[in-house]
Each structure stands twice: as C-alpha cells, then as structure tokens.
Design a protein around this ligand. Structure first.
Ligand code: HEM
Length: 654
C-alpha cells in the first residue's frame, strides 16, 4: 500500500485529521513510511492544480491536502516545505541504521539456517572509518598483501573487514580460493564493484566481463592462444636479442640499466607484434639514464615522434593502473575522491591516441569485408552475445589477434578494449616475472651459476633455444616457478558472490562459513604462496630447488591449489604457455650473454628504496619487509617502484 495513489482508503490513517503533519512524532513516523512518496507528492503539488483530486484519505493524501490548504500563502508553504525537508533529512540516519542492523541480522539468521557461521569481523569504529583511514594513509607504503596476511594470521582463514557498512570478506585459504575459482565457479563473479573500479581502464574487455559476455570474450580470444601459436620461438628470440643488445650498449657506455624498464619494453614490443602485428619499437627508443647520471651529465635521449608516443602510452597506462588501484581501499565512495577529475580517463586519452591508429590500420586492411554498423557498443555486444556468434574459429596462418577479432566485430570500442586487456596482460605480467627473476638473481649468484650451466649444457653458448630445449630445462622452470611463488605478478584479486554461498570448514569439526550474496571477496595469492604452514618453515626463502626436491612432493603435489600464479578453473590465464615460453627464451639469451648481474644501489633513485619503517621489526610482524632491498609495490601487477638498476658482466669478458 505504501506509495499507492489508489482510491482505496487506508483504514488506520483514514480517521486522522489532515493536519497530521503538524504533530512531530506522527510526522517522523509518517515521513519514514512515505519518504519517497512525499517527494513525489511535492513534485505534484507544485506542478498541478489537481491536488484536491489526488488528496485521498491515505497517508500521503494528508500531506497533499495540507499543502493544498496552504496554497494561498506561498511563503507559509515554503517554510512548511523546508521544515518538512529538515525532518525528512533527520530521519535518514535512523532509516540507515535500521537497514544496516536489519542486514546484519538477516545475514546472521541465514547463516544459522544453513548450519554455518559468518566469518569473524575485525573490530572497528563506526562504519569502519578507522580502517578506511588506515587504508588510505598506508596506501603508499604498504607491502602488497601484508595487511591481509596479518589479519588472517590473527583471526583465521577468512575475515570480514567491514568498511562503510559493507562486508569485504578476505581470504588466503586455498580451499576457499579453489571454491571461488573452480568448484563453485558459478556462484562467484567479477561483479559490479570491480567493474566500477576498473571499467574506465579495462572497458568492455575480457577481464571485467561476467556470465554470457565473459563466455563470448573468452570464446573469441581462446583460439588465438593455441599451443602452436604461442610457440613462436623465433619472435621471442628476435626481441630477446634486441633487448640484450640495447642493454649491452648502455652498460658499455658505463651506466647502469633499469632492467624493469628494458624488460617492459621487450614485453610490449614482443606481445605487440604477436597480438597486433605492430612493433611499437619501444626498445629502440633511448633507455633512461640513472637519476644521478642525469644530474651530472645532463644527457637526454632524442626520440622520434613514434617512439615518444609509445613511451607516453606506456607511462599513461602505468598511471591509469595506479589510479585504478587507489579506488579499491575507499570502495563505493571513490567518485568523491575524484570529484573534479576522473584520474583514469585523464590518462586514457593518451592510450587511445596510441591504439586507435593500430586499429584503424587493421580495420582499413579489412575494408569491405565487414559490414558498417552504427549501433552502440552495448547494442553490438548484446547482439553478438544473443546470436552466440562465437564459434571456435580457426586462426589463419600469420593472422594477428586484431585480424582474428575483426571476424566477429568492427566495433572500435570492443576491439580497442579487447586488445588493451590482452595487451596489458601480455606486457605487465611477463615483465613483472622477469624483473623479479633478475632481482632475485642479483642476490643469489649460485642460482645464476646453476641456471647458466643448464643453459650452456642444453642450448649451448650461441644457439637459439627450441621448444624441446626449453622443455628439457627443469631448473629454468623451477627458477620461474619459485619467482612466481614469492612474487606472483598478480598478487591480489577479487571476486563477488553472485548468490549466498556456504564454504566448507577448513578443519574437521568446525562450522562452515556463510558468505551473503553480493559480497566482495578479495583474495591474495601472494599471501597463500608465502604461508609457512602450506610451504614449510622456509617459505619466505627464494629457493628454486623447492620445485624439484622432496618439498615438491611434500607440499605442492598433494595440494596443487596452494600455487596459483595463473589462477585456476574456467578463467585460468589464457597466456600461461605464452608466458613460460617468452620468459624462458629471454633468460636463455640473457645467460648466454651475461655471466653475472648485480644491483647498483647508487643508481637506484630515492623512490626505489623501501620505506624506513620496513626495517623496523615491530612493523614487520611477518618478516616480509626487512629483507627487501627495493620498494616492492603493486597496481594490477607487482613491480618495483623506481625500477631495478643493474650492472652485468658480459660472458665473453670472463
Ligand atoms: C607470468 C605471466 C602471467 C601471469 C602470472 C598471469 C596471470 C593471470 C591471472 C592470475 C589471471 C586471472 C585473472 C582473474 O581471473 O582475475 C589471468 C588471466 C588472463 N591472462 Fe594471464 N598471466 C600472465 C601472462 C599472460 C599473457 C602473456 C597473456 C596474453 C598474451 C595473458 C592473458 C590473459 C587473459 C586473456 C586472461 C583472462 C582470462 C579470463 O578472464 O577468462 N596472460 N592471467
């Protein structure tokens, strides 16, 4: 009946006089009940002289008739309106409180009905404002995943962090991560919240899509990642040699090299050619000099317009990712923090400027074969999903991803978003992995020596590696896996429950946990990968033998879900083989060329040094931070702030 303007009288109200609104207590109750209806009524009262006709003896009708009786005196009406508005406003906190407690009670009741319990909640001030403040204040010095690790260490495998009255259920428990990614896949999705944080960056592409739309994206891109296509060793080899040549030239001129920068260029150029048939030639653009060398020598790199654009694109993409990550801690109120300017969209102009000519060129090449269409992107997507246009189409010899996608759509936004999603996946993950391999090798020369010995034995000092050779190099795979374990390129992730879910207890005899529908569930692969109870007492040591010796059979073989750098289940990474191949080929060429690598701390810019408090044992309860020589950070992927500045010993100089 609430909200109804029907002619049916409401008996309880019928007997009350029309000046009900003047009595404060009744007014509050009435306002709670009729909050939205009154608003509707005000609109009607001001716009219509049919007020008497609508003034039925119902709750809202009393308000209308009262307003009508004041029509002769507009001033009195305005003051009555203001008073009413104030009272209405004053009821909002009450309504909100009732709703919050109602939701808490409902979740508790539903958990009980399912024989389960709600995950324990971290105590906080009202609305979790203290947690919110902590998240925002620490955003710049936090070690990726550490907060979640400390919390789950203290409170158990799954913890509720309520911020702004919203549940965020955090976990690093393999059984629960397995449920989300694989065994209860259909009960979880990326969700609207994640799309809210990242849509300005990733748009309509595969990463944020759910349901049929995701199936459409996955079906469209999957054929491109067939085994023979991701085994283009000649392409990986060509770009590896180009990167190593660039590194050598700079080292020979006496300067340290930012390995993270070079390898990101390598990954961008190689995946650019593989995916889009476009060499961005970022490796050819001059490398940056160490910050202290710039000051003393005043050297600058001269770039042509194309190079400058590629580099500006790469920088804009990094800034956009940073901005996207800052939205997470503040949750749904992130638009308040970007009230004056959307920080991601500001960067996306540059990204588009770079990508659109590549697309145009590809579309131009296909001109005539694709029908022109003026529908919006949403309409195009809906149509393609509804028509189930994705059939496992064979990718033709020499065809790029863009050319393949053009067989499904010519919508520029869909195409741009898709290539940006996959391009980002292809660039930042493999460059993250190789950056941390080199960072680790600088501290573990015996591993470098052993790996190099394997390369020289299997491939030799000059030959190009083949698929079979890479398969043979067990130690190489162990080095990559151990780095993926301690420094997973995607350290943090999130799903949202599409429906209420009951997660089985981890320990026998305990109760299962209940996750209400529409709950955000952030999870941290980096935390799971570092847990001593899952990996043994030496879990924090970087030791590739772990993937070869008895520890493999003791920990990983019986429980494969403790190692998920590429995720798992239906949404498992499409580029996994591509990544192993590309990084292995690079490392073979790297170790043929160099016999030693060391950090040049003098060349490291100040922002690359870890925050001072990382060295304080009291502020490092899990011993994650004290050993770090550089400032490890994360946006969508893990990276080192300010880069990894290294010097290397050329092999022929031994
Ligand atoms: C070391 C390298 C890589 C790592 C650690 C990695 C990791 C991941 C992870 C964790 C996901 C799951 C994301 C999620 O579900 O939220 C993912 C998805 C994906 N990855 Fe990778 N990735 C790597 C390299 C690549 C490469 C080189 C490509 C392509 C060139 C690629 C393409 C994709 C795509 C398309 C998806 C989306 C799958 C879907 O949602 O269905 N990845 N990757």
């Amino acid at each position: 009946m609430r909200g109804s303007l029907s002619d049916e009288p409401t008996p309880a109200i019928q007997t009350k006089p029309c000046n009900l609104i003047d009595k404060p207590a009744s007014r509050i109750a009435l306002n709670i009940l009729n909050y939205f209806d009154v608003m509707k009524g005000i609109k009607m009262a001001t716009s219509s002289n049919k007020l008497h006709q609508t003034c039925q003896p119902s709750r809202q009708a009393h308000f209308f008739s009262h307003a009508a009786s004041q029509r002769s005196s507009s001033r009195r009406w305005v003051s009555s309106f203001c008073a009413n508005a104030l009272v209405l406003l004053s009821t909002i906190p009450l309504v909100a409180t009732v709703r919050i407690w109602n939701a808490i009670f409902r979740d508790w009741r539903d958990a009980r009905a399912n024989g389960a319990v709600l995950p324990p909640t971290k105590p906080s001030l009202i609305g979790g404002l203290d947690l919110l403040k902590e998240g925002v204040m620490n955003a710049d010095k936090i070690y990726p995943g550490e907060g979640l690790a400390v919390l789950t260490d203290k409170m158990g495998p799954i913890v509720n962090l309520r911020i702004l009255f919203e549940n965020r259920i955090l976990t690093a428990e393999p059984e629960y991560i397995k449920a989300m990614l694989a065994t209860q896949f259909s009960s979880f999705e990326k969700g609207a919240d994640q799309r809210g944080f990242f849509a300005d960056l990733l748009g309509t592409g595969v990463f944020l899509a759910d349901g049929d739309l995701w199936k459409f994206h996955r079906g469209m891109t999957r054929p491109f990642f067939k085994r023979e296509r991701v085994s283009d060793f000649a392409l990986f080899d060509r770009y590896s040699l180009a990167a190593i040549d660039t590194i050598k030239q700079r080292l020979r001129s006496g300067f340290a090299v930012d390995f993270q920068d070079v390898i990101t260029r390598f990954a961008m150029d190689a995946s650019g050619e593989f995916l889009f048939g476009y060499d961005a030639r970022t490796l050819e653009a001059g490398l940056p000099y160490p910050y202290n060398a710039l000051k003393t020598t005043g050297r600058e790199t001269a770039l042509d317009a194309d190079h400058e654009k590629s580099l500006e694109f790469a920088r804009a993409l990094n800034r956009a990712q940073d901005a996207a990550m800052r939205r997470g801690p503040v949750g749904p109120v992130w638009p308040l923090f970007e009230f004056w300017s959307n920080k991601i969209l500001r960067e996306m102009g540059t990204v588009r400027e770079f990508l659109d000519p590549i697309l145009q060129r590809a579309i131009g090449g296909k001109a005539g074969s694709v029908a022109v269409n003026s529908a919006t992107t949403e309409e195009n997507l809906e149509k393609m999903v509804a028509q189930n246009v994705v059939k496992d189409r064979e990718v033709q010899e020499g065809e790029t991803l863009v050319e393949h996608l053009l067989h499904y759509t010519q919508d520029q936004t869909i195409l741009r978003d898709e290539i940006l999603n996959i391009g980002l996946a292809g660039r930042d993950t493999t460059s993250s992995l190789l950056t941390f391999v080199i960072y680790m090798l600088t501290a573990h020369p015996h591993v470098l020596a052993k790996l190099r010995a394997e390369v020289l034995e299997v491939v030799g000092p000059n030959a190009a590696p083949t698929h079979e050779m890479i398969r043979e190099m067990k130690y190489m795979r162990a080095v990559l896996n151990e780095t993926l374990r301690l420094y997973p390129p995607v350290p943090l992730n999130m799903r949202s429950s599409a429906e209420a879910v009951v997660l089985p207890p981890v320990k026998p005899g305990e109760k299962p946990f209940y996750i209400p529908a529409n709950t955000k569930v952030p999870f941290a692969t980096i935390v799971m990968h570092r847990r001593p109870d899952l990996w043994g007492p030496d879990a924090l040591q970087w030791d590739p033998e772990r993937f070869i010796d008895q520890r493999l059979h003791k920990y990983l073989t019986p429980n494969p879900f403790i190692f998920l750098p590429f995720s798992a289940g239906p949404r498992i990474c499409l580029g996994q083989q591509f990544a192993y191949h590309e990084t292995s080929v690079f490392l073979v060429r790297f170790l043929q060329a160099f016999s030693g690598v060391s950090l040049d701390m003098a060349a490291q810019p100040p922002e690359s040094y870890p925050p001072a408090e990382w060295k304080d044992p009291e502020k490092d309860p899990l011993s994650w931070k004290r050993g770090e020589r550089l400032f490890v950070k994360s946006h969508l992927t893990l990276y080192v702030n300010g880069g990894v500045w290294v010097r290397m010993q050329e092999a022929e100089q031994e």
